[in-house]
Design a protein around this ligand. Structure first.
Ligand SMILES: Cc1ncc(COP(=O)(O)O)c(C=O)c1O
Length: 359
């Protein structure tokens, strides 16, 4: 297994390159920070951190249930959606003959879920527009396929699958296969009228699990809390297998407060729309090809090796993700920042892409 390679931390870049201001646009975090209500809730909950958390996360699951109008017995929570991905691998894959299908490139922690189970991992390349190739994924499915992960929007490309295509895909799958729709970037993507929302499928009894997180729109990546929707049967299996206190007390308090702060979510989505438009405009003008992104990041083909561009941006104090880790060495992924951070990126990429190509 490859160890997870996280975005470079700001302090490391400052130390290595002797830089003052460094802008990190590498991990799809919320550039506006957490909701002030979540900060207050964590402060209050800290008074009681000598007590174990509520193992059933009752108040948080109730808040999610009310917000999305789903029964509490379909809602599970965990230590970030990373933990939920890992747990689904353990629950569904129980023999090396079992198969799990993912897009390529897609979110790397899916691979780990299959490798740890262990099960056979089948990676199906994205199509020419960097979208999940659903017909090819359906063709790759067999009587051994247990799980299929679809990040919607996909990380790193930001592309989405749409309802009509997804419905056809579901109809083509063998009966024992379950599809996980990972909606980590749900709040950014769900404005698209053709976006297939996982809970509609869970409600309809389809073999679909929805995963979401508080790490992105809600700005709680550091405290680790994610959630998901599944049939009552899967919820029951998850409950038996999980660690009893897999959602810590501070995270539960923060998530309840963040869920209630609608203004913060609206401001986050609005900031993202503005920043995304500016970044896409600049990247296109500079001759690169950005994907149509529905997340809080842009994936662009620079049509030249990305690693020297990544280094040159770093020297200008801007951290992005270079495409080698995704198997796309001419691409970069850049998270949308605040207006200031977006301008810092645009200024830096304008300067870097005007320089002659250095190999
Ligand atoms: C598609 C996708 N799923 C899951 C995650 C993990 O999120 P969490 O912080 O909830 O573990 C990420 C984080 O980047 C992601 O992009």
């Amino acid at each position: 297994m490859e160890p997870y390679s996280p975005g470079k931390p700001i302090s490391e870049v400052q130390r290595e390159l002797g830089l003052g201001r460094v802008v990190k646009l590498a991990s799809n975090e919320n550039p506006l920070g957490p909701s002030p209500a979540a900060i207050a809730a964590v402060r209050a909950a800290a008074e009681e951190m000598h007590l174990y958390p509520d193992a059933s996360a009752y108040a948080l699951r109730k808040a999610i249930s009310e917000r999305f109008d789903m029964p509490m017995e379909t809602i599970f929570v965990g230590n970030g959606s990373d933990e939920l991905i890992h747990m689904l691998g353990l629950l569904f894959l129980d023999s090396p003959n079992d198969e799990m299908i993912v897009g390529d490139p897609s979110f790397v922690r899916y691979d780990a879920a299959a490798q740890l189970a262990p099960a056979k991992l089948i990676k199906v390349p994205l199509d020419a527009n960097y979208r999940h190739d659903l017909p090819a994924m359906a063709r790759a499915a067999s009587e051994h396929t247990k799980l299929i992960f679809i990040a919607n929007p996909n990380n790193p490309t930001g592309t989405i699958v749409r309802r009509g295509d997804f419905d056809r895909f579901l109809a083509d799958l063998p009966p024992q296969a379950t599809v996980v729709l990972d909606e980590a970037y749900f709040e950014f993507a769900s404005e698209d009228p053709e976006y297939p929302v996982s809970i509609d499928y869970v409600r309809a009894g389809k073999p679909v699990i929805g995963l979401r997180t508080f790490s992105k729109t809600y700005g709680l990546a550091g405290i680790r809390i994610g959630y998901g929707f599944a049939s009552a049967e899967i919820f029951d299996a998850f409950n038996r297998a999980r660690e009893p206190f897999n959602a810590n007390a501070l995270a539960q308090a923060a998530a309840i407060a963040a869920l209630g702060d609608v203004d913060h979510i609206t401001a986050t989505v609005e900031n993202n729309r503005r920043g995304m438009a500016r970044m896409v405009e600049a990247l296109t003008r500079l001759g690169s090809t950005p994907c149509e992104s529905h997340g809080n990041f842009v994936f662009a083909d620079l049509h030249r090796p990305a690693q020297p561009v990544f280094r040159a941006l770093l020297e200008r104090g801007v951290i992005v993700r270079s495409g080698e880790v995704f198997g796309t060495p001419t691409c970069i992924r850049v998270s949308v920042g605040t207006d200031d951070e977006v301008e810092a990126f645009v200024e830096a990429i304008e300067a870097v892409l005007k320089e002659p190509v250095t190999l």
